[in-house]
Design a protein around this ligand. Structure first.
Ligand code: SAM
Length: 230
């Protein structure tokens, strides 16, 4: 992966970093190397793309990143939270040295990180439940950057909460918006139209599925591909 700079988070922490740092240090207690359901769903699309380099945007404590490394990929995990980065580093230690050697953790905001990457340098971008606190402008810029950094035929595998998710009515129940943390991060819930609109002409949609991940918890799973060169 060819980095022009590492796109690191600036010294002053924004509200998003503070929220996620507090969530991962004060609320999260579940340490597991089991990948999420979305990543299992996305694997056939990743395999079919025949790529080797994956960027995991918003990798959190690294459960999906570890799984992708076990599957033989070269994986860069990116997260703005220093607590998530430390948890991910701890997860990576449990992997065999050979798999660990294919990993890199970067603490950064997503957009500066993507902007620091060379054009057509990444095989796949994976983002599980990461895009829900981005503004309209950030999302539009992010999708353009993902398209730019992917190789032709590369895949964008992403999941977000759907507008049918129970948390839409009770955002205080959705991480990291727990009342005891004393702040909230604006969260969005996506419609099918939001998702197809974001992919626009930049990507071909390979699959889009609405899944109930737990009672009342609905998410969209999306697999998009940057068109192969004609
Ligand atoms: C809901 S968690 C998902 C973690 C992981 N993908 C998983 O499924 O286990 C979202 C993660 O994305 C990170 N994140 C959210 N917005 C971000 C941004 N703009 N830049 C960098 N990281 C971000 C948060 O710090 C958090 O660790």
């Amino acid at each position: 992966m060819n980095a022009r700079s590492n796109g690191r988070a600036s010294a002053s922490r924004n509200q998003r970093e503070i929220a996620w740092d507090r969530y991962w240090s004060e609320v999260y207690r579940f340490e597991s190397l089991q990948p999420g359901g979305f990543t299992r769903w996305a694997m056939p699309f990743l395999r079919a793309a025949e790529v080797r380099h994956v960027v995991d945007l918003g990798c959190g404590p690294g459960r999906d990143m570890c799984f992708l490394l076990e599957q033989g990929y070269v994986v860069v995990g990116v997260d703005c939270s220093s607590v998530a980065e430390a948890l991910a580093a701890k997860s990576l230690v449990r992997l065999p040295a050979e798999a660990r050697a294919r990993s890199q953790l970067v603490r950064a905001e997503l957009l500066p990180f993507l902007e620091s990457q060379a054009t057509a340098s990444i095989g796949a971008v994976h983002a599980s439940a990461t895009y829900q606190d981005l503004s309209d402008l950030e999302l539009t810029r992010l999708f353009h950057e993902v398209s730019r950094v992917l190789v032709a035929g590369g895949v964008h595998l992403w999941s977000v909460r759907s507008e049918r998710h129970a948390g839409k009515a009770r955002p205080d129940t959705v991480p990291p918006n727990f009342p005891e943390l004393g702040f909230s991060v604006p969260l969005r819930f996506f419609s099918r139209e939001d998702i197809t609109g974001l992919a626009g002409n930049l990507f071909e949609n390979l699959a889009l599925e609405e899944v109930e991940t737990a009672p009342g918890f609905f998410a969209f799973y999306a697999a998009d591909r940057k068109p192969p060169r004609s």
